[in-house]
Design a binder for this molecule. Structure first.
Ligand SMILES: [Ca+2]
Length: 394
């Protein structure tokens, strides 16, 4: 039972019972079990090293999406006095030693941070064997409400989207696609206190095979959140985001804000929670710094030949490294329109009972997977952007 929740047994006695979980969270959990995992945006260090995990590829962040439809929401919290946790103490030591924080201020902060049982539940991957279904996944995003919201957003920010394209080479439809999939144009940026989520995940991550690296990841993001709050002169307790700690319109993790976000409206501060224009520039900056190339294509559908070695090429990495010739030798039937000048990566989209789709992704396609490590996610971004582009011109 790899994915059984065992976090509660790791908590001190102060965490005794699970409070009632709001109905919307139960609903969100059900969706999460159906389809997704939130290894969200911007975990560049691991995404560069590891091949994409096929078991996770169709299942990103539905919990946040479903939550977006509801109004509610203070997530279920438990009192856990984190200041009594040895690991937290070590973290406080590190922040004082390496970053000049004051011990008493941090102890006071951690005294106000809540353990969130709901976060521990939401972070769990779906059961092994969950059926992936591109058509179902796609339909969650390419739907009338999002097309209308995306059209409105594009029309309102036409000038800024064009400026981002000029500066970073990333087309408007990709930025509009990302913002639509992430938060429906700021409508669902998350209501969890970021320090609650990140502290919970950094110190009470559930028992999963990847627990240690994930805890290290969230511990670093907690550090980044505190640094970001200090640099931006905001109260860290005031930061709200997804259950995994992603912030604002584009759902950047704190480390990504510090590394990739830009002040694109020129008001002297980076504010991804309140400035759609900062969000536009920051998404373009992020993709640019993850290899986006101006004016390159994105994806090409291909067919494959039975009993050839092409399956070994699928999901090897989040990079485009294969030449046309290598793909053809492995049994991929590459259409003439696919330029020989670029490298590609082969990926598949399982589609329930329908035949699996096979596609070649360029470097630009894989830049989007650095935002969220999922082929399904990247395709949804692309197709939503294209659909909105058509919708606008009707
Ligand atoms: Ca700004």
């Amino acid at each position: 039972m790899l994915y059984t929740l065992r976090a509660s047994c790791r908590l001190p006695a102060t965490v005794t019972s699970m409070k009632k979980i709001p109905a919307l969270l139960i609903q969100a959990l059900a969706v999460a079990m159906l389809a997704a995992s939130p290894a969200h945006a911007t975990h560049p260090s691991s995404s560069k090293k590891k091949p994409i995990a096929k078991s996770r590829s169709a299942k990103v962040k539905p919990a946040q999406k479903s939550r977006s439809k509801s109004k509610a929401t203070i997530p279920a919290a438990e009192f856990a006095n984190f200041t009594q946790w040895q690991a937290v103490d070590g973290f406080i030591d590190e922040m004082c030693r390496d970053h000049g924080f004051e011990r008493e201020a941090l102890r006071s902060l951690f005294g106000q941070i809540h353990y969130l049982d709901s976060v521990v539940k939401l972070i769990n991957p779906p059961p092994v064997g969950t059926v992936k279904n591109w058509s179902v996944y796609r339909a969650r995003f390419i739907e009338p409400r999002r097309l209308n919201a995306g059209t409105k957003f594009w029309n309102r920010y036409t000038v800024e989207l064009e400026r981002a394209q000029q500066e970073f080479g990333v087309p408007a439809e990709i930025i509009v696609g990302v913002l639509g999939v992430e938060t429906m144009y700021g409508q669902a940026a998350g209501k969890f206190r970021v320090v609650d989520s990140l502290t919970t995940l950094a110190f009470a991550y559930p028992e999963t095979p990847n627990r240690e690296p994930r805890m290290a990841y969230f511990r670093n993001e907690l550090k980044q959140a505190l640094l970001y709050a200090r640099e931006s002169n905001v109260d860290s307790l005031s930061l709200h985001g997804s259950f995994a700690g992603a912030i604002g319109w584009p759902q950047f993790m704190p480390g990504s804000i510090r590394r990739y976000a830009v002040d694109f409206d020129g008001d002297g501060k980076i504010d991804l929670r309140n400035s759609a224009v900062d969000a536009i520039g920051s998404i373009a900056s992020f993709l640019s710094q993850h290899g986006w190339q101006r004016d390159q294509p994105l994806v090409f559908p291909v067919r494959v030949t039975a009993d050839m070695p092409w399956p070994s090429l699928i999901g090897r990495s989040l990079e485009a490294k294969l030449s046309r010739e290598e793909l053809q030798v492995a049994g991929v039937i590459v259409p003439d329109e696919v330029p020989a000048s670029h490298p590609y990566g082969l990926f598949d989209l399982e589609d329930g009972s329908q035949p699996t789709r096979y596609l070649l992704g360029t470097q630009n396609f894989f830049a989007i997977t650095h935002y969220n490590r999922s082929y399904y996610y990247a395709m949804a971004v692309i197709e939503l952007g294209q659909a909105i582009s058509r919708h606008r011109l009707r």
